[in-house]
Design a protein around this ligand. Structure first.
Ligand SMILES: [Zn+2]
Length: 262
């Protein structure tokens, strides 16, 4: 694939974005923004007060490796069974919130509903969750979309989120280092093994990208972490290309129902 082919969709995407934001200004004058979750009018906030209260922010105690919250505190530095039995290729993962109904509504509005205005808020929450990772990071790498998906959706939500995390943390974004070279289709409905198989060989570091990441500490940014197959594959590719460390930072992650301590 030539460089020109890859750049065309993003240039058109920028034009489409510009047009849409122009129209949104017109709409905003007439209509107040709506809460993405319950559709009640809101002022400046991302969510109404009721939905905000329902949003489940992830805080310690959690597995220091995977960032999965523990139902009770097992003591400092302890890892989850998942992290020990099946360690990922990335070092640490952190997420701002649990992927529940409210988080899903936020991500959906951001991704498909033209609510790019949510990016600064989601970025602040995400940067806050990843404070420790960002303090040691040299650069952020958004999980890339295949150019065909980028063309259909007009923007990469991970890249927008990475820009917002960058604005909140000062860590720069490398937008062109990692490429999705294989369209992978939707991961929804696939088993864990099928998801891993689906993203096999889907990502590549560009030749120029290798020099940018050699010996650097990177933070991969994505909107949602489900099975972790995508970020695990991306991290492996970045480490093989010479990165010193890869952590993962997402806005929301799927967390299995917490088992209550006996
Ligand atoms: Zn609401």
């Amino acid at each position: 694939m030539s460089v020109t082919e890859q750049q065309t969709p993003s240039r058109l995407a920028a034009i489409a974005r510009g047009l849409r934001s122009t129209f949104r200004v017109v709409l905003d004058v007439a209509l107040p923004p709506l809460c993405p979750s319950c559709r009640e009018p809101v002022e400046d906030q991302a969510l109404c007060a009721t939905c905000w209260a329902k949003l489940s922010f992830i805080a310690r105690p959690y597995c220091e490796r995977l960032g999965i919250p523990f139902a009770y505190d097992p003591g400092p530095g302890l890892l989850s069974m998942e992290a020990i039995a099946d360690p990922p290729s990335y070092n640490r993962a952190r997420a701002a919130v649990r992927y529940d109904d409210v988080a899903r509504a936020l991500v959906h509005s951001f991704k498909y509903g033209d609510r790019l205005d949510l990016a600064p808020t989601l970025g602040r929450w995400t940067a806050n969750a990843g404070r420790e990772l960002l303090a040691e990071a040299d650069a952020l790498i958004p999980v890339p979309l295949h150019w065909r998906r980028l063309w259909a959706r007009r923007f990469n939500q991970s890249a927008s989120l990475a820009e917002a995390v960058s604005a909140a943390s000062g860590v720069p974004v490398l937008h062109t280092t990692l490429r999705r070279v294989k369209p992978t289709g939707h991961q929804v409905g696939l088993s864990r093994a099928e998801r891993a198989q689906n993203v096999q060989g889907a990502f590549r570091v560009t030749p120029e990208g290798r020099a940018e990441i050699a010996g650097r500490r990177l933070v991969l940014v994505d909107d949602v972490l489900t099975s972790g197959a995508t970020v695990d594959t991306c991290a492996r590719v970045l480490l093989r290309a010479g990165a010193a460390n890869v952590d993962v930072l997402v806005f929301a992650r799927v967390v299995a129902a917490a088992k209550s301590p006996i």
